[in-house]
Design a protein. Structure first.
Length: 219
């Protein structure tokens, strides 16, 4: 003969038939909570990995501006204030990376220069010479060299001719030798950080300053 306890009731007479369902529900809830926790951890790790990957994909592209000026002791200041003239020069540029390759000569010219009223003002205001359109890996600065500077100022007997070139092995030193690659102090302006390099003529005392801007970008 079975007692009431054997027939599935508690000592107080309440049935225990529903207990297994409650336990199963509790275990299912715990499993879901564990899976949600694991999913959040894995999702956070993936986002962190993506953020790290984005940081590693930061690249650069370069822009080069040019400014032309004259030293206070330059011959053009003696009797030429307000005179008109022109200048042109050649620039050898090498900017090579995995994503972008350029090698060649640039030939900027400025045909309508008016001498300012003081040596503190440039002959040619900052002008864009070259700019990369492709973002690429950081491989250092482009290699840029001014190889020749020519032009004239004034007319008639007072005309001043300018012809500055680099020194070459096996040739006589040119009268108005052009010395490139003079490193200037790092600076910044409205366009951002730049690295400056100067080419200077020995006799005519003209300066061609190149400003190289490294511009951050994403690959």
């Amino acid at each position: 003969m079975f007692s009431a306890m054997d027939q599935g009731t508690t000592e107080q007479g309440a049935p225990v038939i529903g207990q297994p369902a409650v336990l199963r529900g509790l275990m299912r809830f715990r499993r879901q909570a564990v899976w949600r926790f694991l999913a959040s951890v894995l999702g956070g790790a993936m986002l962190l990995g993506e953020a790290t990957g984005q940081a590693q994909q930061l690249g650069v592209r370069h822009r080069i501006d040019v400014v032309v000026s004259a030293e206070p002791d330059a011959p053009i200041w003696q009797h030429m204030r307000g005179a008109k003239g022109e200048l042109s020069f050649r620039v050898r540029l090498s900017a090579n990376s995995k994503e972008s390759k350029f090698f060649g000569m640039l030939h900027p010219s400025f045909p309508d220069i008016v001498l300012p009223d003081g040596a503190s003002k440039p002959l040619v205001q900052p002008t864009k010479l070259w700019e990369e359109q492709v973002c690429h890996q950081r491989r250092g600065l482009p290699k840029v060299t001014v190889t020749q500077l020519s032009g004239h100022f004034g007319e008639g007997e007072g005309r001043i001719e300018i012809s500055g070139i680099n020194r070459h092995i096996g040739l006589l030193v040119p009268p108005d030798e052009l010395t490139p690659g003079i490193k200037l102090d790092q600076g910044s302006d409205d366009l951002g950080l730049f690295y400056g390099f100067r080419a200077q003529t020995r006799i005519s005392r003209l300066n061609v300053d190149l400003k190289i801007y490294p511009i951050d970008c994403f690959l």
